[in-house]
Structures are given as structure tokens and as C-alpha cells.
Design a protein around this ligand. Structure first.
Ligand code: HSX
Length: 232
């Protein structure tokens, strides 16, 4: 599997069979059938409900970090919520801890906060538990997707506050037109410019045939008793 370096942004070859298989398993919905007003909302359940592809995605991440040997990550930290799908199997395969970067108001204990930040469609705040990573740790930040980079940068700042170092930011899908990786590398006069970002599938590789919007007029939510009469 070849990774091309676009200025510290490692991308897989979009014609690679594995990348094509992931793209062909990732449906999207338009604004009417999405939880947010974005042109294409990628539905990660297309991956999680397909064990073969889910395993292939996980193994691509694992192979990358396993190949780094002793210099590889000491921790995998996943973003609430979809980073929680990919992070644990990767951490278990590498035999390193999985750490939660949680939305505010959900974690017990003494916490550090990212402060509020803006994403493609929301304003959020995330927290990590004090002591979950420490000075000297090399942390991979993992998410399903990077859009504007707001969520990723919140993770960079949290890990930084805790005294550890981000080893790499990694996501299955990238929306390059929103320049998320560039924003990470340009943030705070280039504070994180040397941290690599790794993404697998560019959104442009996922075609219009992956749209799963149902026929016009299909209700967005159906009552339990009506579910059998509606096809989606
Ligand atoms: C989505 O927004 C993904 O799961 C990520 O957590 C996040 C990426 O958006 P952005 O912060 O890069 O704009 O819900």
C-alpha cells in the first residue's frame, strides 16, 4: 500500500483496490436525510456493518503503526463518537491503551478541556482525563473523518496541555476542499506543522452512486408500528 506525502499529509493512492473497496462501502445522505445540513453526510455504519471492510480499515491503520516498531505510538486516542469505533480495535491490536476524547459533560474524574471549537456543522467542547496521557507519550489521534480540522485541533491542544505529543492524526475519510490538514499544520504559527496526518479516502473518491437518499416524500422518522410499510 503506497502512501503519498502531500507536505506531511500521507494519503493512500485513490486507485488502490483497498481504497476503492472502502469508498464502495461508504454510503452518504443529502441534507434532508442527515442529522446536519451538509451536502454529503457519510454514514460510517456502512463500514461497521460490513465486517470485511471494517477489518480492512482497521488493519491498514494497524499495519502503519506496527511497521514503526519501537518508535510507534504509545497510545491511541479516539474522538467522541466515531473515533470510538476505530480506536479500540487498533489499540488492542497494537497492545497500547485506548484513550477517550469525550464531549464535555460525559467523563468522570479531573479533566482538561479543549475549550469550545467550531466543526463543519457544530460548536463543541471536548475533554480528556488528567493523567490519561503524560509527558513522553506518543499519541495517535483517530477519527472517522476530517473536514475543517476543528475537532482534530481540539485533540492536538488537549494532548499538548497534558504534556504528551501527538504522534500522528489519522482518519479514514478526508474532505480536502475544507483544508483541515492545512489548518492543523498552519495553526499557531505552525506549532503542529511537523506532526504527520494520515488519511485513506478522499471524499471525491466516493461517487454519487453511494447516495442512499430514499424516494422523495419518504418520512425521516417513522413510528415503530409503521416501519414495516416504509422501505429505505
Ligand atoms: C464529524 O465531524 C466527524 O466524526 C469528526 O469528528 C468531525 C470532523 O469535522 P471537523 O471538525 O474536521 O470539521 O462528526
Amino acid at each position: 500500500m503506497r502512501a503519498r506525502d502531500r507536505e506531511n499529509h500521507f494519503c493512500l493512492d485513490q486507485n488502490d483496490a483497498a481504497v476503492r473497496a472502502i469508498a464502495a462501502a461508504l454510503p452518504w445522505y443529502g441534507p434532508e436525510y442527515s442529522p446536519h445540513d451538509v451536502p454529503s453526510f457519510y454514514d460510517v455504519s456502512g463500514i461497521t456493518e460490513n465486517p470485511e471492510v471494517f477489518r480492512a480499515v482497521t488493519e491498514l491503520f494497524v499495519a502503519r503503526y506496527r511497521a514503526q516498531g519501537e518508535a510507534g505510538p504509545t497510545h491511541i486516542a479516539g474522538f467522541d463518537a466515531r473515533g470510538f469505533l476505530f480506536g479500540p480495535p487498533i489499540a488492542m491490536a497494537l497492545n497500547v491503551p485506548f484513550v477517550m476524547i469525550r464531549k464535555a459533560g460525559k467523563l468522570p474524574g479531573v479533566l482538561v478541556s479543549s475549550g469550545t471549537y467550531v466543526t463543519e456543522y457544530s460548536t463543541d467542547e471536548t475533554v480528556m482525563r488528567l493523567g490519561s496521557v503524560k509527558a513522553g507519550d506518543r499519541v495517535v489521534l483517530i477519527d472517522d473523518l476530517i473536514a475543517t480540522g476543528g475537532t482534530a485541533l481540539a485533540g492536538f491542544n488537549l494532548v499538548d496541555q497534558l504534556g504528551a505529543r501527538v504522534h500522528e492524526f489519522a482518519a479514514m475519510v478526508s474532505l480536502p476542499f475544507l483544508d483541515g490538514v492545512k489548518k492543523i499544520h498552519e495553526y499557531a504559527d505552525g506549532k503542529f506543522k511537523d506532526v504527520p496526518c494520515f488519511t485513506m479516502v478522499d471524499d471525491s473518491t466516493i461517487g454519487p452512486e453511494m447516495c442512499r437518499d430514499p424516494p422523495a416524500g419518504t418520512p425521516r422518522v417513522v413510528a415503530a408500528g409503521d416501519a414495516a410499510r416504509v422501505s429505505a
